[in-house]
Design a binder for this molecule. Structure first.
Ligand SMILES: [Ca+2]
Ligand SMILES: [Ca+2]
Length: 362
């Protein structure tokens, strides 16, 4: 009799172990679409591929980060092998745009399946480029980063989704302006693409990005993906005596095609110099500089015989930027700027020059 209980007990224990093991393979963790043990931006890529799929709904439609029993779906991802039930993050039996939210809610959460391996493949191909809008910045200034994909000579082809991270170096950056502006002209229209970005201030130096086509179409050619605005720390000059090199990098890129095969993409970063306010030089009387007329009406002329001018900004005394463009012509349009006092900031590669002037009333 005792022996019989022992056998029954053993059977019960074995069944429990099996079930626990089963769950690690068959349970869904909301947001971990590729079932690799972490919810993050790479899960957007398979989520795009599975859009429109249907299957059994879960008995537990909560989306907190814990294992949820779920019946298998008939379709599975071609390379990863996980069934489409993992794409149904919210467990309602449909894979649609709402399944993106558990990825953001559970971002960075891990379970036992997680190995810590980087999910980017970083293989050479068309460029994914981050470009800064100026070569010099100073305390509290806005840095506009443009991220573009492909070029006329080396376009992308057959892309259905892309995930990557931007390292912004928070030693020098105090804020990321949100929401981030995606350019859906290139990867859209909006009804055919899901976009995702995540910045976790204080946790990481990286902003994570992903997008995926949701209509079975692919992205061809080249263009701008998005722009991000970063604010330089406003006590830069207090913390650093010397100009600082600032670098921005794109890391851990993964692009996939319709068959979930990795596409080749090469990431390219950019750099600038962060100047302390003591290196902003006010232009007083100087016969070489032409910054005229003052007061200005419709056109301000700016030139210097020897300096290479990179960028011109017109800022009011509240810090509002009215004009910010690369220097391409000596004529700066002032017609649309209201009357008042302005500071003109002229960026060269190792200096920012400033000049105060007045816009005449209409
Ligand atoms: Ca995952
Ligand atoms: Ca769903």
């Amino acid at each position: 009799m005792k022996f019989k209980f022992f056998i029954l007990g053993l059977l019960f224990w074995a069944t429990c172990q099996l079930q626990a093991q089963d769950c690690s393979n068959f349970c869904v963790w909301p947001g971990d679409v590729n079932n690799n043990g972490i919810a993050n931006h790479y899960d957007i890529l398979p989520l795009g591929l599975a859009q429109g799929a249907t299957g059994p709904f879960r008995s537990d439609e909560n989306v907190d980060w814990s294992e949820k029993e779920a019946a298998d779906w008939s379709d599975s991802f071609p390379v990863n092998g996980a069934t489409y039930k993992h794409a149904d993050s919210n467990g309602d039996g449909f894979v649609d745009e709402f399944d993106i939210f558990p990825i953001g809610d559970n971002f960075g959460e891990i379970n036992d399946l997680y190995t810590g391996a980087s999910e980017g493949n970083n293989i050479e191909g068309p460029d994914l480029t981050a470009t800064l809008d100026m070569t010099t910045y100073t305390d509290g200034q806005t840095i506009t980063v443009t991220i573009s994909l492909g070029s006329e000579d080396n376009p992308v082809s057959g892309l259905t989704g892309l995930a990557f991270s931007l390292d912004i170096d928070t030693t020098y950056i105090q804020q990321v302006i949100e929401p981030i502006t995606w350019n859906l002209g290139f990867i859209g229209p909006a009804s055919t693409v899901m976009t995702f970005d995540k910045w976790e201030p204080g946790i990481s130096d990286r902003i994570h990005f992903a997008f995926a086509k949701t209509d079975g179409s692919t992205i061809e050619g080249f263009g701008e993906l998005l722009t991000v605005e970063l604010i330089v720390i406003d006590d830069l000059s207090l913390r650093f005596a010397e100009p600082q090199d600032y670098q921005i990098q794109i890391l851990d890129v993964l692009g996939i095609d319709m068959d979930e095969t990795d596409l080749q993409i090469t990431s390219r970063g950019d750099e600038a110099t962060l100047l302390t306010t003591t290196s902003v030089k006010e232009i007083n009387w100087n016969k070489e500089w032409i910054i005229a007329p003052n007061p200005v009406e419709n056109i301000l002329t700016i030139s210097h015989p020897n300096e290479k001018l990179n960028h011109v900004e017109v800022v009011d005394f509240l810090g509002k930027v009215w004009y910010s463009e690369p220097y391409s012509s000596s004529d700066i349009p002032f017609g649309n700027i209201p009357p008042g006092m302005y500071v003109i900031l002229i960026h060269t590669s190792n200096q920012i020059y400033s000049k105060t002037l007045f816009k005449r009333p209409f």
